[in-house]
Design a protein around this ligand. Structure first.
Ligand code: DSN
Length: 420
């Protein structure tokens, strides 16, 4: 693979320079954003191929253009691997993103104006689960369930009661900032009782699910959507899994419903990542993500930082900054941390009195730092740096000191883009 951009350096040094800078940035920073990861070299190599040149509107053996034999082979391999990996009856590997995958499911299953019931974004849900400024909230009626104020966790009795009252046409579960297990079986039984469809969005936890380290949504759901690039460690993009009876509607909703030509280079990279996730070593990787998250959470709590829900069962945690520094916003904390090369995102916490722009929390996740080989022994260091930077109120000397230490740790654990 031409990973050193040698051609680009000659032909377009302006872009090559920035790509190089990004490679250096990723190499020298600890990526703690829960939705990001570092892909393998094989995934990167598949992405940078001539497959990007090909228009292949349609599906394998049913294309609009000629010359699609290789595109057919690639997409069929990706479909077969996705079905095997997730144990699903049908897979569509064309969605350009997780949001596109969700929108396609709504288009396949609902008429405009029908009702979606999903988790409130402010409580950890996702824009595409019916947020008023997303197509899922403008073209459909949307209602939201929340976590309990006392436990900050979902209460399935409350969800059931609300679903029976609201009678949604589709019940959506899954989250982007929820540190606990999702009870897909309970969601499935509520959907059955209500007589509605069920969509499980496992974008964050797909890698944990396929490793058998999180309950499996597939037996309980009409549709399962995921991104490829979070815990699953694939290229950016989405997929839809469904029961066979929905295959035609799902495929028509993706193309021609909301997308044109599929990105064949990305689909090839998805296929590569599915094979990687079937490798026995992937399970150890997913377990290491969980072990790291658990220890990082414990080390933070030991320093007085409260975690929303009191801990984590998955790859992410939400730190309630008010527990140690009542005046500190998530916005400010994320800036100080990234100055020290600990990259996070600000996040509202459930029932947050602050605006989402400022937020009272930061979200931390362990998929990417686990990909570069950090283990539980390093989590104590990271928790200590987190604590020192924030309690120093962003003291420049402290930030410089931690930045140096972070860079040294990164140098000792480079992003190798290794495969399994
Ligand atoms: N942007 C993703 C995340 O960070 O969780 C969700 O789409």
């Amino acid at each position: 693979m031409n990973n050193d951009n040698s051609l680009l350096k000659e032909t377009d040094p302006e872009i090559a320079t920035v790509i190089d800078a990004e490679r250096v940035r990723q190499g020298e920073t600890l990526e703690l954003i829960a939705s990001e990861n570092h892909v393998s070299g094989s995934v990167l190599e598949a992405l940078g191929t001539v497959l990007t040149d090909k228009y292949a509107e349609g599906y394998p053996k049913k294309r609009w253009y000629r010359g699609c034999d290789n595109a057919d082979s690639i997409e069929q391999i990706a479909i077969d691997r996705a079905k095997k990996l997730f144990g699903a009856e049908h897979a569509n590997v064309q969605p350009h993103s997780g949001t596109s995958a969700n929108i396609a499911v709504y288009m396949a299953a609902l008429k405009p104006g029908q009702k979606i019931m999903g988790m409130d974004l402010a409580h950890g849900g996702h824009l595409s689960h019916g947020r008023s400024n997303n197509l899922s909230g403008t073209h459909y009626q949307a209602v939201h369930y929340c976590v309990r104020e006392d436990t900050e966790m979902l209460d399935m009795d409350q969800v059931r009661e609300q679903a029976l009252k609201e009678r949604p046409d589709i019940l959506v579960c899954g989250a982007s900032a929820y540190p606990r297990l999702v009870d897909f079986e309970a969601f499935g039984s509520i959907a059955k009782e209500v007589g509605c469809l069920m969509l499980s969005d496992i974008a964050h936890i797909a890698g944990l699910v396929v490793a058998g380290l999180h309950p499996d949504p597939v037996p309980h759901s009409d549709f399962v959507t995921t991104t490829n690039h979070k815990t699953l460690r694939g290229p950016r993009g989405g997929i839809i899994l469904s029961k066979e009876k929905w295959a035609k509607q799902v495929d028509s909703a993706v193309f021609p419903g909301i997308q044109g030509g599929p990105l064949m280079h990305v689909i090839a990279a998805k296929a590569v990542s599915f094979a990687e996730a079937m490798h026995p070593a992937f399970k150890a990787y997913a377990q290491a993500i969980l072990d790291n998250a658990k220890v990082l959470g414990e080390e933070l709590m030991a320093r007085g930082w409260r975690l929303v829900t009191g801990g984590t069962d998955n790859h992410l945690m939400l730190v309630d900054l008010r527990s140690r520094m009542p005046e500190l916003t998530g916005h400010q904390a994320a800036i100080w941390l990234s100055d020290a090369h600990l990259v996070t995102n600000k996040n509202a916490i459930p029932f947050d009195p602050r605006s989402p722009f400022h937020g009272s929390g930061v979200r931390l996740g362990t998929p990417a730092i686990t990909s570069r080989g950090l283990g539980t022994e390093h989590m104590k260091l990271i928790a200590g740096w987190f604590d020192e930077i924030l309690t120093s109120e962003g003291d420049e000397k402290k930030i410089a000191e931690v930045r140096q230490a972070t860079k040294e740790l990164c140098a000792a654990h480079p992003v190798l883009n290794s495969s399994y």
